[in-house]
Design a protein around this ligand. Structure first.
Ligand code: FAD
Length: 458
């Protein structure tokens, strides 16, 4: 029986286009109803938690593992995202180079590129159909300033030599005078991945408790509203929701990303648009937009711009901002005028997790047995897989190249207390929007964006 603040099965379908179309019964699994003792307790049933369980079982099939999820598996960002399984990491290769040196930066980049393929092959080996097509990302340059940014990105990639990023000519459909193309991205159906992974884990003996809220955790203990869990290792896999728990409150800031999906379009219209199956797209504006052509021929299109909420609060109503949905529909029409008055069939959103220095990390403290991974910003769909493999190696004491990557045991500073957090986060969002207008009007790279870049390390 769902508690008063929990969602009932039918409502989970309305969480996103992906939840509406996943061929899966979304009825909750059993809740925890007693005290429990396991080797590993994982807090959060998103991709970070589930990939960690997956690779832990691969390293040591005898481990007893429990996943504890407040709603249902895939309720959070993992079930709702844009479906870009990319090699992007919240910090650029140049930024990692400045902090850790060239070799470490290149190792991180190489690991991310390999992760795009690993997600596809791990899903295939678990017999999970996720609509994986590695069609690459087309990033449109729709002004001279954006074209200069595209050229600079392609040149930087060539300088490092690991990315086969290429510059392309005008893209008439999007009114673009040029574009960059990155082959290292697959488009997928994210809810099929996270839901399928949960089933595959159960077949391997992992127990998943749903509609079980974790109240807090400490070394070797997880406290839930329905019983205590004693364990050797606690894996904290809450991403943006970490801001709602006392022990991790200032470690991440939840920012909202919102999306829309259209009705399916004719193949002939897609030919005119110039986006193939499996292809993802974006452009070089500062306030990020992202999209993909879904397996059933729709646009799934999203962007930032929803405001940060006081005290890092997360509420269902924040997933739906009419202003942002309207802006997304208008932007999609500006990019691809040939879609005319195509209907938007789904609207949704969810929280992503941002560390104070925009630096994702995967960490483990053997003294307390507490592992944590997060701060993926909007790049977690693939990075959670790398996090899962890394945490599995750290927890089982398996030496590997992964443990030498620069994000391992990185400690980001904490976010400021309120009201500074509220003022800073919303000023940052406003600045990115201003930066785009500034570039449109002045025709020169935005000074505001350059200043913000210094603050976020980009
Ligand atoms: C709209 C949107 C679009 C995005 N697009 C992309 C994209 O295209 N590509 C990309 O790489 N990334 C994208 N991201 C980011 C990506 O989805 C995330 O980085 C990734 O899914 C994080 O996975 P996670 O398992 O760490 O967190 P989540 O999937 O958020 O999982 C955390 C889980 O913890 C549960 N939980 C919360 N509180 C408690 C509690 N007290 N007790 C127990 N459980 C709790 C939640 O219900 C949730 O299921 C997007 C995110 C959003 C929201």
């Amino acid at each position: 029986m769902a508690g008063p603040d929990l969602i009932v099965a039918g409502d989970y379908r309305t969480l996103s286009f992906w939840h509406a179309t996943v061929p899966d019964d979304l009825s909750p699994r059993a809740s925890l109803d007693r005290d429990l003792e396991v080797d590993v307790a994982i807090i959060g049933g998103g991709l970070t938690g589930l990939w960690t369980a997956w690779y832990l079982k691969e390293r040591d099939p005898a481990l007893s593992i429990a996943v504890i999820e407040k709603e249902i598996v895939g309720f959070g960002a993992s079930g709702r995202n844009g479906g870009w399984c990319s090699a992007l990491f919240p910090r650029s290769t140049a930024s990692l180079d400045r902090s850790y040196g060239r070799d470490a930066a290149l190792a991180m980049r190489g690991a991310m590129i390999a992760t795009v393929d690993e997600v596809g092959s791990a899903a295939a080996s678990a017999e999970i159909e996720i609509d994986y097509v590695k069609g690459g990302t087309l990033s449109y340059a729709r002004s001279a300033v954006q074209l200069a940014a595209a050229r600079a990105e392609v040149a930087a990639a060539a300088e490092y030599g690991v990315d086969p990023l290429e510059l392309r000519g005008p893209q008439p459909a999007a009114g673009a005078i040029g574009a960059s193309f990155d082959p290292n991205c697959a488009s997928i159906h994210p809810a099929k991945l996270v839901r399928g992974l949960a089933r595959a884990l159960e077949e391997r003996g992992v127990v998943i408790y749903e509609q079980t809220e974790v109240l807090d955790f400490a070394a070797r203990t997880v406290t839930t509203a329905r019983g205590a869990v004693r364990c050797d290792t606690v894996v904290v896999a809450l991403e943006g929701y970490g801001a709602t728990m006392r022990s991790t409150k200032r470690r991440v800031l939840p920012l909202y990303s919102l999306m829309i999906a259209t009705e399916p379009l004719e193949d002939s219209l897609w030919d005119e648009i110039g986006i193939e199956h499996g292809q993802t797209f974006a452009d070089y504006r500062h306030l990020l937009i992202y999209g993909q052509r879904t397996a059933d021929n729709r646009f799934a299109f999203g962007g930032r711009g929803a405001r940060y909420h006081w005290g890092s609060s997360i509420k269902p109503e924040y997933d739906r901002s009419p202003r942002v949905f309207e802006h997304l529909r208008k932007t999609l029409g500006e990019l691809f005028p040939m879609i005319g008055d195509v209907t938007v069939t789904h609207r949704w959103g969810g929280p992503i997790g941002v560390a104070r220095d925009w630096h994702a990390s995967a960490s483990f403290d053997p003294a307390t047995g507490i592992a944590w991974a997060g701060g993926f910003v909007g790049d977690g769909l693939s990075t959670t897989n790398l996090a899962g493999r890394t945490l599995a190696d750290l927890i089982t004491g398996t030496d590997s190249e992964l443990l030498r990557l620069p994000w391992v045991n990185h400690a980001s500073p904490l976010w400021e207390p309120e009201p500074l957090r509220f003022l800073g986060a919303n000023a940052g969002l406003a600045a990115m929007s201003i930066a785009d207008s500034e570039e449109r009007v002045s025709g020169r790279p935005s000074v505001t964006a350059k200043f913000m870049g210094r603050l976020t390390g980009h």
